[in-house]
Design a protein around this ligand. Structure first.
Ligand SMILES: Cc1cc2nc3c(=O)[nH]c(=O)nc-3n(C[C@H](O)[C@H](O)[C@H](O)COP(=O)(O)OP(=O)(O)OC[C@H]3O[C@@H](n4cnc5c(N)ncnc54)[C@H](O)[C@@H]3O)c2cc1C
Length: 382
């Protein structure tokens, strides 16, 4: 008996209003799924992680990851709105009392969208502490200069959570020091020196290059202490890994659901193709890998929600779930044969979407480097 059966049922009911042809149409027209995001907001699912005192439902990362899993299992793409769920975590954990009451109720109700998170830069890539965007104090504000890349959902967000350097690298003892986090009001910034340049990608995912030219941000919008931002961002990463693992699993189950149904029905050489071991066994193997990844996700989420250390488990869950979803995607396209490439069957769209998870929000090699260094005690590889 699944203890989350009711939650899953609720999300499935919402997703049933947005069948695959809705997502196909968004994909083909490069449209933001506004109606779907509005429904997810109205239902309260995107406020799952916000405590009740601020208008959310105060659920754990486990429930939140199941919500995202069900969206992806239905054929949808939770990446269009997942950041509204967890980007606020930095404000919740490290913001002042005033900042929490200023922003969290609006994020919970959806009147404020905080679903843009600005870390990656063209020069630094995965090496976050080498980012060069600066925030320099100027009276009661900071002035931001620099460039970010691949910053998603900026055009559908009211705020951007930004990581910028407030103390030059040459003046800090450790390179993780001297970075700070800001809430940037995007409508203000867009009229004061911020330029947004969309980047076209292989799937329907709004992402952008950002150019900051002396953009003023009120000092009141600094989250926590100046110079401690890298630690704040790291704090949120385990939750993000577990939530993304949920999306990977949802994709994987989508592919297995679809491919097994197709393999039972498609008759070639007078028998269902699923009767052939060459089709059946790879699907069974992909399913086994998904179930194993699912167990690591459950373990990571439970630890996280109980306040235990979950770095190892969260990283393993994200690694295994992203690989399992990709294996299932590959096997689904093989099972569908030529139809796997036909847009109307949704396999090729989900195939493109699920590939992202091995690169973003963190690439597989960086997870392996974490496990090698922090879990296995091997020398740092970079
Ligand atoms: C669609 C999309 C949406 C995104 N959304 C956001 C967002 O909203 N906000 C945000 O801040 N970022 C976002 N990103 C950025 C994403 O997090 C980065 O692309 C990712 O972290 C990798 O950085 P990079 O692309 O610069 O690759 P690089 O750092 O250049 O790495 C390239 C390859 O080299 C490997 N590599 C690098 N260094 C090492 C090493 N020491 N050891 C082994 N392998 C190594 C990497 O694993 C990777 O495979 C998004 C990216 C995409 C594609």
């Amino acid at each position: 008996m699944d203890e989350f059966a009711d939650l899953r049922e609720g999300v499935r009911g919402l997703c049933a209003q947005f069948p695959p042809d809705y997502w196909r149409s968004c994909d083909q027209n490069k449209m933001y799924p506004e109606e779907f995001v509005a429904a997810m907001t109205a239902s309260g699912y995107l406020a799952a992680l916000i405590p009740e005192e601020f208008g959310g439902s105060g659920l754990g990362v486990l429930e939140a990851s199941i919500i995202l899993e069900e969206v992806n299992r239905s054929g949808g793409n939770a990446a269009q709105c997942h950041a509204q769920m967890y980007t606020m975590g930095t404000v919740l954990r490290h913001g002042s009392k005033e900042q929490k009451s200023r922003w969290l109720p609006g994020i919970a109700s959806g009147s404020i969208r905080l679903q843009a998170f600005g870390v990656t830069e063209p020069g630094a890539g995965s090496d976050t502490t080498h980012l060069t965007t600066t925030a320099v104090r100027d009276g009661n504000r900071y002035r931001i200069n620099g460039q970010k890349i691949f910053i998603s959902r900026v055009q559908h967000s009211d705020y951007l959570l930004l990581l910028a350097r407030t103390t030059p690298l040459s003046e800090v003892k450790r390179r993780s020091q001297g970075l700070s986090v800001f809430m940037v009001d995007l409508s203000e910034a867009l009229t004061h020196g911020l330029r947004v340049a969309p980047i076209a990608t292989m799937m329907n995912h709004e992402t952008n290059a950002l150019f900051f030219d002396d953009v003023p941000v009120p000092a009141d919008n600094l989250i926590g202490e100046q110079g401690e931002g890298f630690r704040y961002i790291l704090d949120g990463m385990n939750a993000e890994r577990i939530l993304i693992a949920g999306e990977c699993l949802g994709d994987g189950y989508f592919f297995i659901d679809r491919a097994t149904a197709y393999a039972r029905e498609r008759i070639v050489f007078d028998r269902p193709i699923g009767q052939n071991q060459g089709i059946q066994f790879p699907l069974a193997r992909a399913y086994a890998h998904l179930k194993a990844a699912d167990l690591t996700r459950l373990d990571a989420a439970k630890r996280f929600d109980h306040g235990e250390k979950a770095g190892e488990q969260a990283n393993i869950a994200k690694l295994l779930a992203s690989e399992a979803s990709w294996e299932a995607a590959n096997q689904a396209i093989q099972t569908y044969g030529g139809y796997g490439f036909a847009v109307d069957y949704d396999i090729e769209r989900k195939f493109r979407e699920t590939r992202l998870f091995q690169v973003a929000p963190i690439s597989t090699n960086l997870i392996l480097a974490y496990l090698g260094e922090h879990v296995l005690g091997l020398p740092r590889s970079y």
